[in-house]
Design a protein around this ligand. Structure first.
Ligand SMILES: [Zn+2]
Ligand SMILES: [Zn+2]
Length: 731
C-alpha cells in the first residue's frame, strides 16, 4: 500500500471506486482505518440504499473537502483476485475510444453473475430408517437411493419422477441426509506434447514463424491462409509454445455454435478439449469457468467476443480466428469490435496477437501490407488439394423459369454430384420461405406493425415473422385486406422454399436446411453438422451459418443462389463482405476429396467481386478495393463514426438529430453527413435517424465526439442516442 506521510491522522485515505453501472465516473469512498487496499481490489460499497460490488480504480489524494464528511466507507474487500493494471487500462481505453461509459465496460470484465465462490451442489444419501408412511413417489426414490451412495439431489428427484419436496420430507423424517456433492475434478491441462503434427514444409515454416512470435512481447501476425490450408493446426503451435511457458491462451471464434469440430481438433493435438466461454453455458458452468479463468487453472479458453474482457490470471497470447467476421462487432450496449480490441489488449498487456483468415478484412490486409502486422502466409491447401473452380451463371441469359430459383445448369451439376454420391450445398443468405407475401387480388403486402420491414414467411413454423423484432402472425387463410381466398403468394426465395424446389428436382435426395432460426441449441446444431459430415445428407441448403469453419469431407459442389444479395445496399463494406462470404462458402467445396466446383448465380457477372471470385484472384480484389477506399477516404484510410438517434415518434427523433447537427463543433477536417432517415427507419416502433462522421485517419474522432456530446442537450423521455465508432453496419 502506498504510504501518505503528508496526510494527517484525522483525514482518512480516499479512493475512487468504479462500479459496473452505466456511468462514466467513479465514486469516492473512505478507506476504513487499518484496511489494506490497492487499486484493482474488488470491494463492496454502499450506493444509496444498496450494496454494490466495484473495483478500486485509483487513489484520490485530493478529494473535494466539502464532500469529505459525506463520504461513505468501503464496506469490505472481497476475496477475489484484484483486477490487473493492464485490464484496468483496457477498460479505460475501450471506454475512451467507444464512448461507452466506463462502468459499462467494467461490467464486461467483472461478470457479476459469475462472481463469488462456486455454489455447492447438494447431494442426498440414505442413512436412516425407512419412513412410516410410504407413498409411491417415496418408494421410487428409496429404491434409487438403496445403494447407500451419495446422489445429486436434483438428479435423484428427476430419476424418481418426484418433486424436491418429497426429498425434503424424508430429510425431515431422518431417512435421508443432505451432504455437499464433491466438485467434479478439474480436467487435466492441455498437453503441448500430446501429438506432434505432421506438417508440410510450408506449414512448418509458418508454424516456426508463429512460434517466434509467441516467444513474447506485443506483435500482431496475420496468419493468411486459404480455406483448407491447415491454419488451425499451424496456430496450435503458437498455443503450444505459450502453454509450455505456463501462460494462458484465448482463442476467439465468431460463431461458438460451430466449434464442435474445432474442439475435437484441439483435443487431437493437446489431448483434452479447451474450456469454453459463451452465452449458452449453464450458469453453474459459467461460474466454474470464470473461476478457472481468473485463477489461471484454465490454460486455454475458446470463446465468443465477450471472452476478450475476462480477468485472465496470466494471459500470454490471443488468437482471433476468422478475424474478418462481422460477428466480432458488438452492436448494442458498448459498441466495440473484438478483433480491434484484442489488438489493443495485446498492446497494453505486451503479448502477441494472431489474426487468422482466408479473406482478411481490408483493414488487416492494409496493416500487413504496410508492415505493421507480420504476414504469415499459407498459400496452398494441405495435401495438394486444389481450390474449387468457380463459374458464374448469368441469370439474365440462363436463369430458371418463373417462380424457380435454381438455374438449369446448376441443377444439372447437382444431379451429377448426387450420382457420384457427393454432397451439394445450396447457399442463400435468407432465412424462412419467402421474404415477402402479397395478395394477388388487391396487392396487399404483409408488413410488420412496428418496424419498417416486410414479414418473412416461415413455413416450418406456419407463421409470418418480422426479422427485426420477432413480431409474428399465423399465415392467414385469406387476405385480411380484401378477404380474397387463396390469393396470397410468396415472393422471392428463402432457404425453406429452396429446399422445396430441390426436393421436387431431386425427389430421391436427402435434403437438410441449416438456418439459425431452426436451431434450438448448440447441441442440436453440432449434431446436425455431424450428420452432414458423415454423409447422411445429399443436398444442404444453408444460410451464412454454413459458411463458417465447418469441414464437410464429401462436399464438392457449392451453388450460390443469389450472389448479388449482399451488394448494392449503400453499405461501404458491401463488396468486401460479399467477397469474404462467397469465398468462404465456395471454399467449403472439395476440401478432402477431388476438386470442388462453385457456381455463382448472378445478374452482374461483370462486377469486380464476381470477376475476382471466378478468376480466383484474391489479389485483384484487394487491389481494387484498397484503391477505392484510399481514393474515397473510407477505412482504414479514414475514420467513420455513426450516431443513431431514435425515439417513439418521428418528429422527436428528427428534431433531436437536427439540434445535434446545429451544435457540432466546426472542424473542417470532419465531414458530417445527415441527419438521414436510417435505411431501417423504424424498428420495434422506434423511429431512427443517422448521422455519419467521416474524417482523415489522423483525427481523433472519439475526442471530437466527446467534446460535442458534452454540449448536447440531455437525452430524455423515449429518446436514445447510440454512438458507434468504426461502424460495421449502416442500417
Ligand atoms: Zn387482398
Ligand atoms: Zn418488427
Amino acid at each position: 500500500m502506498q504510504t501518505q506521510p503528508s496526510r494527517s491522522i484525522s483525514s482518512p485515505r480516499v479512493v475512487d471506486v468504479l462500479l459496473p453501472v452505466a456511468l462514466d465516473h467513479a465514486y469516492s469512498y473512505r478507506v476504513p482505518a487499518g484496511r489494506e487496499l490497492q487499486p484493482g481490489d474488488v470491494v463492496s460499497v454502499p450506493l444509496g440504499a444498496r450494496e454494490v460490488i466495484g473495483v478500486v480504480w485509483a487513489d484520490n489524494p485530493n478529494p473535494d473537502p466539502r464532500l469529505h464528511n459525506r463520504l461513505k466507507d468501503i464496506s469490505e474487500k472481497l476475496d477475489l483476485p484484484p483486477l490487473r493494471p493492464e485490464l484496468r487500462s483496457l477498460v479505460d481505453w475501450v471506454a475512451n475510444y467507444t464512448l461507452a461509459p466506463r462502468g459499462m465496460v467494467l461490467r464486461m470484465t467483472l461478470r457479476m453473475g459469475e462472481l463469488g465462490p462456486e455454489r455447492v451442489r447438494p447431494g442426498v444419501r440414505l442413512t436412516g430408517p425407512a419412513p412410516r408412511r410410504l407413498t409411491p413417489a417415496r418408494r421410487r426414490l428409496l429404491d434409487i437411493l438403496a445403494d447407500g451412495l451419495l446422489h445429486g439431489k436434483a438428479e435423484a428427484a428427476q430419476e424418481a419422477g418426484c418433486s424436491l419436496s418429497v426429498i425434503d420430507g424424508l430429510v425431515d423424517e431422518g431417512t435421508l441426509t443432505v451432504e455437499p456433492l464433491p466438485r467434479p475434478p478439474a480436467p487435466p491441462p492441455p498437453d503441448p506434447a500430446f501429438a506432434q503434427p505432421d506438417f508440410s514444409p510450408e506449414q512448418r515454416a509458418a508454424a516456426e514463424q508463429l512460434r517466434g512470435l509467441a516467444a513474447g512481447g506485443f506483435q500482431v501476425a496475420l496468419l493468411d491462409g486459404v480455406t483448407g490450408s491447415g491454419k488451425t493446426e499451424v496456430y496450435f503451435e503458437a498455443v503450444a509454445e505459450v502453454l509450455r511457458r505456463g501462460e494462458q491462451v484465448l482463442i476467439l471464434m465468431p460463431e461458438i455454435a460451430l466449434t464442435g469440430q474445432f474442439l475435437d481438433r484441439f483435443a487431437a493435438r493437446f489431448g483434452v478439449r479447451p474450456l469454453e466461454w459463451h452465452s449458452e453455458l449453464t450458469p453453474r458452468t459459467r461460474a466454474r469457468n470464470f473461476a478457472a479463468i481468473t485463477d489461471g487453472t484454465a490454460p486455454v479458453v475458446v470463446g465468443a467476443r465477450s471472452a476478450l474482457f475476462l480477468p485472465y490470471a496470466r494471459l500470454g497470447l490471443i488468437v482471433v480466428d476468422e478475424e474478418h467476421d462481422q460477428a466480432y462487432k458488438q452492436e448494442d450496449g458498448a459498441h466495440y469490435h473484438a478483433r480491434d480490441m484484442a489488438v489493443v489488449r495485446g498492446s497494453i498487456a505486451k503479448i502477441p496477437v494472431v489474426l487468422a483468415s482466408a479473406t482478411p478484412s481490408v483493414e488487416t490486409e492494409v496493416n500487413a501490407r504496410k508492415g505493421r502486422y507480420q504476414r504469415v502466409p499459407l498459400p496452398n491447401r494441405f495435401g495438394g488439394q486444389h481450390m474449387p473452380q468457380i463459374e458464374a451463371i448469368d441469370l439474365r441469359q440462363e436463369g430458371p423459369g418463373r417462380g424457380r430459383f435454381i438455374a438449369p445448369r446448376l441443377a444439372e451439376q447437382i444431379g451429377f454430384a448426387i450420382e457420384r454420391r457427393e454432397q451439394a450445398l445450396l447457399f442463400l443468405n435468407r432465412r424462412g420461405y419467402a421474404p415477402l407475401t402479397l395478395c394477388r387480388a388487391c396487392g396487399h403486402r404483409f408488413a410488420c406493425t412496428i418496424c419498417d420491414a416486410w414479414l418473412v414467411d416461415h413455413r416450418f413454423r406456419q407463421r409470418l415473422v418480422c426479422h427485426h423484432c420477432g413480431f409474428s402472425i399465423p399465415r392467414p387463410p385469406s387476405c385480411p385486406h380484401c378477404a380474397a381466398e387463396n390469393s396470397l403468394v410468396a415472393v422471392g426465395p428463402g432457404v425453406e422454399r429452396l429446399q422445396e424446389e430441390a426436393a421436387s428436382l431431386f425427389p430421391q435426395a436427402r435434403t437438410m436446411v441449416l438456418s439459425s432460426d431452426l436451431i434450438t441449441s448448440i447441441e442440436t446444431m453440432r449434431s446436425e453438422l455431424n450428420e452432414i459430415a458423415e454423409g447422411r445428407v445429399d443436398i444442404i441448403i444453408g444460410t451464412q451459418l454454413v459458411a463458417k469453419g465447418h469441414n464437410f469431407p464429401r462436399l464438392n459442389l457449392v451453388g450460390v443462389v443469389d450472389a448479388d444479395l449482399g451488394l448494392g445496399n449503400g453499405d461501404p463494406r458491401a463488396a468486401e463482405r460479399t467477397f469474404q462470404l462467397l469465398n468462404q462458402v465456395i471454399g467449403r467445396a472439395g476440401r478432402e476429396q477431388g476438386r470442388g466446383v462453385g457456381f455463382l448465380q448472378t445478374h452482374q457477372p461483370e462486377h469486380p467481386v464476381m470477376k475476382a471470385l471466378v478468376a480466383c484472384d484474391r489479389a485483384a480484389f484487394y487491389a481494387s478495393e484498397i484503391e477505392m477506399r484510399e481514393r474515397t477516404g473510407y477505412p482504414p484510410f479514414g475514420r467513420l463514426a455513426s450516431l443513431i438517434i431514435s425515439a417513439g415518434d418521428r418528429p422527436t427523433a428528427e428534431g433531436f438529430a437536427r439540434k445535434l447537427v446545429a451544435l457540432a463543433p466546426i472542424d473542417e477536417r470532419i465531414k458530417l453527413l445527415g441527419p438521414a432517415e436510417a435505411p431501417l427507419a423504424v424498428i420495434k416502433g422506434r423511429y431512427r435517424f443517422r448521422l455519419l462522421l467521416k474524417a482523415p485517419r489522423n483525427v481523433d474522432l472519439s475526442s471530437y465526439l466527446r467534446h460535442w456530446l458534452a454540449a448536447a442537450p440531455k437525452v430524455s423521455g423515449t429518446l436514445k442516442l447510440e454512438v458507434d465508432v468504426d461502424p460495421q453496419s449502416f442500417l
